[in-house]
Design a protein around this ligand. Sequence first.
Ligand code: NAD
Length: 286
Amino acid sequence: MSAKLLEGKPIAEKIKQNLKQEIASLKSKFNTTPTLATVQVGENPQAAIYLKSQKKVAQELGIEFQEHPLAATLTEEALIDYIEKLNHDKNVTGILLQLPLPAQINAKDIPIHINPLKDVEGMHPENVGQAIFGKMRIGSCTALSVMELIKSTGVDLYGKEAVIVGHSEIVGKPVSLLLLDKFATVTTCHIATGQRGYLPTHVKRAEILVVAVGKPGIIQGEWVQEGAIVIDVGINRVGDKIVGDVEFEKAFERASFITPVPGGVGPLTVTMLMKNLVEAFKLQQK
Ligand code: NAD
């Protein structure tokens, strides 16, 4: 058996078509344009690539895109003050903080200072809390992309064994919550699982496997259960290639669906960001 490829681009295109129409009708109904303000502290070549693709998608959809470049020496307090200003700016619908941040700023301290109705990355505790109650309004773009990819397979998640490897705030934890909300039986693995040597045991049980670690090939292809759905979130540069966390060739032979890296989760995340922005716009009009 070999898997079907789960590519992000066609799903992103469909979502973008719907968003484009929705944005056009929101603009004419409220006579204002949804606006994304992105804040970048210092310069980073990786962040510059993301920024460029965010700008392109925003323009494509009719979203106003504001760039706020700030000095690399900015203090955490000054960044929080700047975010406060954007929170109160009536022209700004959503605030996006580009990562990485310079060492003097702790990225985990910032989301609580973003107005939860403008938190287009779904990282404010209020938005995370909504997910716990199964009422998510705005959520982690990567986690939402993972859920869209799984949804596209048509699988019924009820009672399925879902194994998530990685427990970050941005991917592993929100994906675990979202799958739990669909009544999957969820196991979340992390560094300690790996260190105790239990990773293969859990992965072999997975009917749905989501991996977000950042270590190339950490999931061996032979651990993948026949017929499993495999979502590889990892992005690793190996030489001049980008690879995921799963040994692709072997896993491809065993899975029913598998995401390529690049081309799986990545192309969807910017679209989910814009979907969050539209959600934020609608919440602010209420
Ligand atoms: P992170 O670095 O915050 O966390 C890594 C996770 O992996 C932690 O939960 C850690 O406990 C776990 N881990 C580390 N070593 C392990 C081991 N040996 N066994 C089991 N678990 C182990 O991760 P993140 O920010 O969620 O990113 C993970 C990967 O996903 C990275 O490669 C990142 O580039 C990628 N990513 C991709 C997208 C996208 O849009 N495609 C978005 C976000 C992150």
